[in-house]
Design a protein around this ligand. Structure first.
Ligand code: SAH
Ligand code: SF4
Length: 392
């Protein structure tokens, strides 16, 4: 007689099958907490196709919808007053317009605002509205956590949870815009905050690990009927995934590229960024030399300076040699300390000395002094703190 497996083993294998058969479409449903189509996930062309195919609506409806979604930031179909009620009801039955829930906003003395957003599946991400002398920039997340595991980065400590959907990237932009509009309209005196002209993918996650959704989000942010951010004003930062850099360069995104170089030798870079073992410096720089840069653009080279590790005089001599001939601007970033790390930032005078030496060597170089130090502004710090609090 055949013996049945004990019931708990049976359950375990069934749940494994359920997990394996959870296809990409189902996974999206889990992330967004609904089986309906999130309109923020669609490019203009897809919106036209979707409305035509599933709702039998004319293409001009897509133009109307885009204005409601991105110009007037509406989340409720009933507010779309120039669309017939029957159409609005149909849209509401089949579609959603998502928003991440704002759980916390921390405000630094320099006006920088750090948002903790909760997604429909409960995961948390961060966005930072950064106050710079001449403009405001929004830094968005592209993943929950990150798989790259850089030794100096707080997000790495979370491990990798999942990719963000394009709607969840675009949703950060819309939610922060709404906050700014609310602050300007209702605070007396109005809060010292302005709309942002630039968007950088430098929050949590490795954007090029989530290439398709990041390209899709850039296209949506870029749409001139909607938010209309020129691709020149959008920068995507990567730890150096060489094949994805090539795909990104060949894609329709057209956004600026930033590379987190952070070292001048493979020995040091591999300690800081394990991805370097797969794509070492020579291969990465080779990809930058071949990158199809648009006229007048430069690749941003980010260099997180950590005292005694990657900020020696030998590094300073090697850096311009490595990058010679590539149109770059080097952004020096003093390491933003976190209590668990033994790393320390160099003294400000040493960072200034590096900048001057790079300028003297004919390299375009800036310093990104940490914004909002008083609000834990380093990427990943707020989300991990929130998670720790929930776990208590
Ligand atoms: N994953 C992408 C984008 C997110 S990280 C990337 O690595 O490029 C954005 C930037 O923050 C990167 O340049 C990274 O080197 C930097 N960074 C991460 N942790 C930091 C810290 N503790 N102090 C200063 N910069 C940090
Ligand atoms: Fe990921 Fe970038 Fe942090 Fe490295 S620095 S762990 S790639 S988010």
């Amino acid at each position: 007689m055949m013996r049945r497996p004990p019931p708990n083993r049976q359950n375990r294998s069934r749940s494994k099958i359920a997990k394996l058969s959870l296809g990409q479409a189902d996974q999206k449903e889990v992330y967004r907490g609904s089986s309906k189509q999130d309109l923020l996930d669609l490019t203009r062309e897809e919106m036209v196709g979707h409305l035509g195919a599933s709702l039998d609506l004319a293409p001009f409806r897509a133009r109307q919808l885009i204005a409601w979604l991105y110009r007037r930031c509406v989340t409720d179909f009933s507010q779309m007053t120039d669309i017939a009620k029957t159409v609005r009801d149909e849209l509401a039955a089949r579609c959603i317009i998502s928003r991440p829930q704002c759980r916390t906003v921390l405000i630094a003395q320099d006006g920088t605002r750090k948002y903790l957003f909760q997604l429909a599946d409960g995961n948390c991400i961060e966005s930072v509205l950064i106050h710079q002398p001449s403009r405001w920039t929004l830094c968005v997340s592209s993943q929950v956590g990150c798989a790259i595991g850089c030794s100096f980065c707080r997000t790495a400590k979370m491990g990798f949870k999942r990719n963000l959907l394009a709607a969840e990237i675009v949703g950060q932009v819309l939610a922060v815009k709404e906050d700014i509009a609310r602050l300007s309209a209702h605070e007396t005196p109005p809060a010292a905050v302005e709309d942002f002209s630039n968007i950088v993918f430098m929050g949590m996650g490795e954007p090029l690990h989530n290439l398709d959704n990041v390209i899709r989000a850039v296209c949506i942010l870029n749409d001139n009927l909607g938010l209309n951010y020129s691709a020149r004003k959008i920068t995507v930062s990567t730890s150096g995934l060489v094949p994805a850099i090539k795909k990104f360069g060949a894609s329709r995104a057209g956004a600026n590229l930033a590379i987190s170089l952070n070292a001048t030798t493979d020995a040091v870079r591999s300690v800081l960024m394990p991805i370097n073992k797969k794509y070492p410096i020579a291969e990465l720089i080779g990809a930058l030399r071949e990158y199809p840069l648009k006229r007048g653009r430069r690749i941003t080279i980010e260099y997180v300076m950590i005292s005694g590790l990657n900020d020696t005089l030998a590094d300073l001599a090697r850096l311009p040699k490595l990058l010679r001939g590539i149109p770059v601007k080097i952004n020096l970033i003093p390491y933003n300390a976190s209590p668990e790390e033994s790393y320390a930032p160099p003294p400000p005078a040493h960072v200034a000395f590096w900048q001057q030496s790079l300028l003297d060597a004919g390299m375009n170089s800036t310093i990104r002094w940490s914004k909002g130090l008083d609000i834990n502004a380093a990427c990943g710090q707020l989300a991990t703190a929130f998670k720790d609090k929930q776990a208590v």
